[in-house]
Design a protein around this ligand. Sequence first.
Ligand SMILES: Cc1cc2nc3c(=O)[nH]c(=O)nc-3n(C[C@H](O)[C@H](O)[C@H](O)COP(=O)(O)OP(=O)(O)OC[C@H]3O[C@@H](n4cnc5c(N)ncnc54)[C@H](O)[C@@H]3O)c2cc1C
Length: 357
Amino acid sequence: MGLKHTPVKLAIVGGGAAGMFAAAVAAQRKIPAVLIERKARLGSKVLMTANGRCNFAKDISPEDFLKDVECPVGTPQGRSAAKFLQSALRSCPPRKIISFFRSLNVPVRRMADARMFPADGKATTIVHAFGDLLRNSETPVVTNCPVTGIQPQKNGFIVATKNFTLWAENVLLATGGVSYPKLGSVGDGQNFARALGHKIVPYRPGLIGLETADAEITRRAGRRYEDARAKVLSGDGKVLYDYRGEVDCESFGLSGAAVYNSQRFIEHAKLKDYTIEVWLDKQRLQFRNLKPRPVKEAIVTIGGISTDEINPDTMESRLVPGLYFAGEVMDIDGPTGGYNLTMAFATAAKAVASLNS
Ligand SMILES: Cc1cc2nc3c(=O)[nH]c(=O)nc-3n(C[C@H](O)[C@H](O)[C@H](O)COP(=O)(O)OP(=O)(O)OC[C@H]3O[C@@H](n4cnc5c(N)ncnc54)[C@H](O)[C@@H]3O)c2cc1C
């Protein structure tokens, strides 16, 4: 019997949130796909989410989701980021993601503020559910295998690794941002895209703590204030952003959801002179121009492959036909509360749905 050399329909590079979801959707749609992951196991970062509990979605409408992602609200920049995600979120809204996990027999729990978790509070349950689906569908998964290059050909792509090359009709880059590099996301996808002519928006930390040596904070290091508040004020004292939520005191300064979301606002608004005001047990504290912790410690990366050159209805490159993107490798980011995983899942679903089986 003569062997015929044929390409795989889809090579998914990166087995994190977006890559696992893409492989799952491909399996359900009977699209032949192979998933390639640099680390020894899939979903290393997903396992870390929400302190190992995995806040995988927020149970709100796509419209509310997109409003929350818009940052700063009402600016052309905020609106264009939300607009880019509109098509993906409409096709794969949080409700669909929640049903997806239920269909994999993952009991889920909805918190009062609509954040969704696996009911047992274990991120491993989510990663195992993906693993089971991929095993049952006999999806080829290659772990411990960094992809080293992507080369467009006349009829598809050559996907290079240290040990083998793979011929794929289409490639989905789902290699994540550049935060927590030990978990595998080191910027490879952005480098591949750059080599193919894509613009990369400079990396900045998103959802990260702010540094202060102020004794009011350092003497409280280790204390969490769940019912707290953070505000961002302009140099002349105008309130620009206001968020009620957790504020934590650390040895380096401030963290917690209210601080993370404020830091995201400061970064997107490109504020140079601002005051951050936190309320801890009715005590008001103000700080000027605090430095964020480094991007490698951030929950998300702001920046990445520019969405200007990506078709939002397909997640396909406008420059290289057959090249797709999903998740944090792109210049997309959301606030805390399940938004970032949802964006990874929804963009992955969008990319795979635009391929014909
Ligand atoms: C501490 C922490 C807590 C978080 N908590 C939450 C939360 O509760 N809810 C939420 O919504 N978001 C949370 N996030 C953010 C969320 O985890 C990310 O936004 C999300 O994982 C992005 O998915 P992704 O698939 O794009 O990237 P990743 O999940 O980072 O996956 C990228 C994958 O690609 C692989 N890879 C990279 N380069 C290569 C290569 N060359 N070849 C092969 N594979 C490669 C990596 O090893 C990695 O597995 C948290 C993040 C952190 C760091």
